[in-house]
Design a protein around this ligand. Structure first.
Ligand code: ADP
Ligand code: MG
Length: 235
């Protein structure tokens, strides 16, 4: 399905709205954060450090949401540099380690150690895409009732001038109807979801002349495939 025109309309509108309000919300959040930090020693004395910790964590969460909204309005031209995709994946996975531990999932990396897979990418943007997908995978694993030890397997596979990044989970999976909507801006099945992670990821990958596809079976798990053009080796 060609979703791009529809996406760009919705995301452009979202961009205007979020840029207008984000600034107004960020400033008070910043001052609240500062004052809580000043109060923290007093709260610790009162044995109430837990309150400070929760307030700070919630302010950070609010900031993250604003950040996610703003990201969808950012200029779309990627700031590219040439990197080995394996290096980027290792860095991204490292960032998910503590959360994986908390959620009892294992993130497994199967990389092509014998081959350098160079891509020309905006590393910040592509790392964000990988993190969005891993985060969703962890949340899909949490949805499963029995504690079956979640597994998120990430592998790379060169394919001609392209490289496929395959991210597979054994979470709760999706039916066809859900799969058809998951790249739509604001589409979420989560109580605290923004429904922006995948629509932003979709746009980032398209701006890199790549592709992102999904296959899933309800109750079994999901596999995302990101395809990016590789940079040819120079002789
Ligand atoms: P959010 O995570 O805020 O809900 P996303 O755009 O990241 O927004 O994802 C949209 C929806 O796609 C999710 O609410 C979920 O229903 C579905 N989804 C995404 N990834 C997975 C996955 N790995 N397994 C099952 N469902 C998923
Ligand atoms: Mg998400």
């Amino acid at each position: 399905i060609e979703q791009t025109a529809y996406h760009n309309d919705k995301l452009a509108m979202l961009g205007k709205i979020s840029a207008a309000i984000a600034h107004e919300i960020r400033n008070p959040l910043t001052s609240i954060r500062g004052f809580i930090q000043l109060l923290r020693p007093h709260l610790i004395q009162l044995g109430r450090d837990e309150y400070a910790r929760i307030i700070l964590a919630e302010i950070d969460r609010a900031n993250d949401i604003i950040h996610e909204f703003l990201n969808s309005s950012k200029p779309t031209v990627p700031l590219k540099s040439i990197v080995d995709i394996s290096t980027l994946l290792k860095e991204a996975v490292l960032l998910t380690e503590s959360e994986a531990l908390m959620k009892n999932c294992e993130v497994i990396l199967n990389l092509q150690e014998d081959r350098v897979l160079n891509v020309s990418i905006d590393t910040k943007q592509i790392k964000q895409v990988i993190l969005n997908i891993i985060k969703n995978a962890m949340e899909a694993i949490e949805e499963i009732e029995d504690d079956h030890g979640g597994i998120i397997a990430i592998s790379t596979q060169p394919d001609g001038e392209f490289v496929n990044i395959i991210i597979q989970d054994n979470g709760n999976g999706m039916d066809k109807a859900l799969m058809n909507r998951l790249f739509d801006p604001f589409f979420t099945t989560k109580e605290n979801g923004t429904g922006l992670g995948l629509s932003v990821s979709y746009r980032i990958i398209k701006n890199h002349r790549g592709d992102i596809t999904v296959d899933s079976t309800k109750g079994m798990g999901t596999v995302f495939v990101i395809t990016l053009p590789m940079v040819g080796e120079r002789l």
